[in-house]
Design a binder for this molecule. Structure first.
Ligand code: NAG
Length: 215
């Protein structure tokens, strides 16, 4: 079952193969899943009645979870790409300034007359100092901007995937609880509830800083 795979992965990815290391909500879901699978084995005759009612809703919850989780990853990827486009000009500026420094020294190397040759290197060295400082400043500001944007994107991604996971855990726990009650021979099953609008799981945090603030 896909959801059980999810729980196993969640446990494994936390590096602690200990059930107690799971957040409470995850533990509740894992517990009820375990209980449900035991009940399914113990009451095969009730499976026929109960399982068809909930399997569809459980599959839909899994599907919604996969979609909303992937949306979080897409948003993060698009934001990363946007940062790359934002710094494209700075990239070519730094490159061009570096090329200018190199070509000024190369130009000097071709001069025959020693007097002009040294005069040329003297001038080129002076110009390259100024240019190197400009390169240093631009590179540093852009680098810091990129780091800050990456932190924000990472935070937003975690916020989004956490929210999507929480919604999934809550919804699945409710569905498995109802299935378990049905298997245990409780009152005849109600129609399963559908919850969580997947459009709710968008990031809701501070707007990103603009690159202009760094120049
Ligand atoms: C996401 O969840 C993890 C684990 O529960 C938590 O450590 C982290 O702070 C959360 N991040 C956000 C941005 O909510």
């Amino acid at each position: 079952m896909w959801a059980i795979t999810f729980i196993v992965l969640a446990v494994a990815s936390q590096g602690a193969l200990s059930f107690n290391a799971l957040p409470m909500a995850h533990r509740q879901l894992a517990n009820i899943m375990l209980k449900t699978s035991v009940s399914m084995n113990e009451h095969p005759e009730r499976n026929v009645l109960c399982f068809p009612i909930y399997s569809q809703a459980i599959a839909e919850a899994n599907e919604r979870y996969a979609v909303s989780y992937n949306e979080c990853l897409d948003v993060a990827l698009n934001a990363q790409n946007a940062v790359e486009s934002e710094v494209a000009n700075d990239r070519s500026n730094v490159y061009q300034q570096g090329e200018d420094v190199c070509s000024s020294f190369q130009g000097c190397s071709k001069i025959e007359s020693s007097a002009d040759y040294f005069q040329c290197y003297h001038n080129a060295a002076g110009t390259s100092l100024t240019k190197s400082l400009e390169i240093q400043t631009l590179a540093k500001n852009t680098m810091q901007y990129i780091q800050l944007r990456h932190q924000t994107i990472e935070y937003d991604k975690n916020y989004c995937t956490n929210k999507s996971t929480d919604a999934y855990i809550k919804e699945s726990t409710a569905l498995y609880t109802q299935l378990e009650q049905c298997l245990a021979g409780g009152a005849s099953p109600p129609s399963p509830t559908t919850t969580t609008d997947p459009s709710e799981t968008t990031t809701g945090t501070l707007p990103p800083p603009t690159q202009a603030e760094f120049h």
